[in-house]
Design a protein around this ligand. Structure first.
Ligand code: PLP
Length: 421
């Protein structure tokens, strides 16, 4: 029995069966590579689902953890420490928002953002405005696993087993401006979007839809809340993906890469929204602790110092171009989408997508499949062109060998055209 077999057997007996893990036991990582217990190296194009933006064993992260863990790991939010305001300053400057609240995870940040929206609507009502408590969320959205988050997440599988979920949520068809207009009223306290849907299949909002959401919210005092947990912090080549649209939300949420793998989430909002919060209304024991903040400061400063926004934009553009060129040679690729290092290739068959992920794993390249047919790439922001070439060559080989067997099993018509936006 290998160590992996032992661990698998123990987990099968002892853990809630929430995950279908790939049968690999990783023991360390360096740069864009992970190493398993046999000493095999894997090219990681998923970076722990968009978390390890600086790759593995980055000296800036190691140094920040070592230094801060020797000094102070936790104090609670009953006292001051050196990190929160320093981190808040870095994030507000880069996003254009005014104030921060730190939570531990993405879903917690999102949960807090929803609470903030309801509290803000309450404040407006107390000032005589007519505004309700309803949320408009989008089809194919993903916002996390706690109650508010699953309530605003579209996929029924994540919501329905846990019913009744939080009431007052209506879903709008993705990028359907007419549907958004027809469902918006002064009953709505916030419109909820991801600039680029992540779990939903790397789907960018259209400029028109995003602008209409901003305008409708402005017309009543409702909030536009943008979830940047996956797309934010440099992944798309800007600090936040909403910056590509020139639209400023009232609230945004960050998490995944924020503290380089140490859990940390953030809510950022305007001064107007912050009026709704008073001491004691919201809080957390762990959120924004000294260790997580020190590491996040190191992450933000390293992204800046090492020009990783530019790297994400440039290598991402190359990645998308290479995928588009692959799509011209393989009918099975129906569309290529993304921005920066948040990219996807949609295939015409869920079985082929599954097989492709497995075949990539055999070639020691990590990617995943989201939304059934979408191959998703969320590599570390330190990725280089040579890594893209490795991945493209492997995909070419796999599709050449296997795509024919799946032709005709296709579930979606060829979308036509490759979106390089
Ligand atoms: C991952 C993700 C979340 C949830 O974050 P967790 O840290 O897993 O709770 C929320 N929104 C988006 C867009 C995400 O990608």
């Amino acid at each position: 029995m290998t160590r992996l077999d032992e661990i698998r057997a123990m987990e099968a007996e002892l853990l809630l069966p929430t995950y279908e893990r790939n049968p690999i036991l990783f023991v360390r990582g360096e740069g864009v590579y992970l190493t398993d217990e046999q000493g095999e190296k894997y090219l990681d194009l998923l970076s722990g689902i968009g978390v390890n933006a600086l790759g593995y064993a980055h000296p800036a992260i190691e140094e920040a953890i070592a230094r801060q863990s020797r000094a102070l790991i936790h104090t609670s939010n009953l006292y001051f420490h050196e990190g929160q305001a320093e981190l808040a300053r870095r994030l507000t400057i880069r996003t254009g928002l005014a104030r921060a609240f730190f939570a531990n995870t993405g879903t917690e940040a999102w949960e807090g953002a929803l609470k903030l929206a309801r509290a803000h609507a309450g404040l407006l009502r107390s000032e005589g405005k007519s505004i309700g408590t309803k949320f408009l969320a989008l089809e194919h959205s993903f916002h996390g696993r706690t109650y508010g988050s699953v309530s605003t997440t579209h996929k029924a599988k994540y919501r329905e087993p846990f019913a009744p979920v939080v009431p007052g949520v209506e879903f709008v068809r993705f990028n359907d401006v007419a549907d958004l207009r027809s469902k918006f009223s002064n009953e709505v306290c916030a419109i909820l979007v991801e600039s680029i849907q992540g779990e939903g299949g790397i789907r960018p909002l259209s400029q028109e839809f995003f602008a209409e959401a901003r305008a409708l919210a402005d017309s009543t005092g409702a909030l536009l809340i943008v979830d940047e947990i996956q797309a934010g912090l440099g992944r798309t080549g800007t600090w936040c993906a909403f910056q590509h649209y020139g639209i400023l939300p009232d609230i945004t949420t960050l998490a995944k890469p924020l503290a380089g793998g140490i859990p940390l989430g953030a809510i950022l909002c305007t001064e107007e929204v912050a009026r709704a919060i008073h001491p004691g209304m919201h809080g957390t024991t762990f959120g924004g602790g000294p260790l997580a903040c020190a590491v996040a400061i190191a992450v933000v400063d390293t992204i800046e110092k090492d020009n990783l926004l530019r790297n994400a934009a440039e290598v991402g553009e190359y990645f998308l171009a290479q995928l588009s060129s692959l799509a011209t040679r393989h009918e099975a690729i129906t569309e290529v989408r993304g921005k920066g290092l948040m990219v996807a290739a949609e295939l015409d068959s869920p079985d082929l997508a599954k097989l492709t992920v497995a075949e990539m794993l055999k070639r020691r390249i990590l990617i995943n499949c989201t939304s059934d047919t979408v191959l998703r790439f969320l590599p570390p922001l330190i990725l280089k062109r040579e890594h893209v070439d490795t991945a493209i060559a492997a995909l070419d080989e796999i599709l050449t060998e296997h795509a024919a067997a799946f032709a005709g099993t296709q579930t979606a018509p060829k979308a036509g055209g490759h979106n390089n936006g």
